[in-house]
Design a protein around this ligand. Structure first.
Ligand code: SAH
Length: 246
């Protein structure tokens, strides 16, 4: 079930533009299950369909019900969203920390509930959920557009559900520290040989090099390349020295 099965429940949505935008952003982030509680507009109106663009099927398959309990039928976990900091016993949580809870048990249906554009959710409606989320906003204006609130939540859910970013191809992993250490030793000895470093300044200069390389998060391949350069310089110096001795 997971993300694709998660229900986005909208209570009495009134704006077709919002509905279309919500369908689109749901599809953008891999959600498909839209439930409308007593919608105040036609989810297949021209405006809604236009805003949905390539997500018309989400509007077409939206389930229409008359009450919130009907929308939540079969659900085990439900989170309600609210813009308002109310006189409310249960804490309002940050979506990033609370929303993953909806996906914790992929076999149990879960719902994320949004309120009306003008009045949000009543306390009675909020009470159908076990947890409450408020998207942190600037204190001067905490009420987001409904479709924007849905978009932020879908994004957060999708980041949690996303498979780890493509693994780095082999050789691009961070270089083991002892390999980097060998490089520093090689570099120091070469820089002493060519007179760039003096024994009394070597330690502090090498510290600067270490800081520079640390910032670069060297990969194994890159250390191999740097060591290759040093080896080539050593070889060139030796060859040149031998030529001069001829
Ligand atoms: N005046 C209403 C605003 C409703 S906005 C109120 O104070 O509740 C419509 C819906 O968008 C809300 O019911 C909620 O589901 C969602 N929403 C808007 N801003 C939000 C925010 N900052 N955090 C979480 N949900 C928000």
């Amino acid at each position: 079930m997971g993300l694709a099965g998660l229900r986005i429940v909208l209570v009495e949505p009134a704006g077709p533009i919002n509905l279309g935008s919500i369908a689109r952003v749901m599809k953008n982030f891999g959600l498909h299950h839209l439930v409308l509680v007593n919608p105040q507009c036609d989810p297949l109106s021209a405006e809604a369909v236009k805003m949905a663009v390539h997500a018309k099927e989400i509007l077409e398959s939206a389930v229409l019900v008359t009450t919130l309990p009907e929308a939540l039928q079969g659900c085990v976990r439900a989170i309600a969203t609210t813009a308002r900091v109310r006189d409310w016993e249960t804490p309002l949580e940050n979506p990033r920390t609370a929303l993953p809870w909806l996906l914790e048990d992929p076999d149990t249906p879960a719902a994320l509930i949004f309120g009306r554009e003008d009045r949000g959710l009543s306390n009675e409606e909020l009470n159908y959920a076990q947890r409450f989320v408020r998207i942190p906003t600037h204190q001067s204006y905490s009420s987001l557009n409904l479709a924007t609130a849905v978009a932020i939540c879908c994004y957060e859910l999708a980041q949690y559900a996303a498979p780890p970013i493509t693994p780095a191809p082999s050789g691009t992993e961070l270089a083991p520290l002892d390999l980097v250490e060998t490089y520093y030793e090689q570099l120091e000895s070469l820089l002493l040989d060519i007179g760039y470093l003096y024994p009394h300044t070597a330690a502090s200069r090498m510290e600067k090099f270490r800081q520079l390389y640390n910032r670069a998060h060297l990969q194994t391949k890159e250390v191999a390349m740097l060591r290759g350069i040093l080896r080539q310089i050593e070889w060139a110096l030796k060859t040149k020295g031998n030529d001069e001795n001829l």
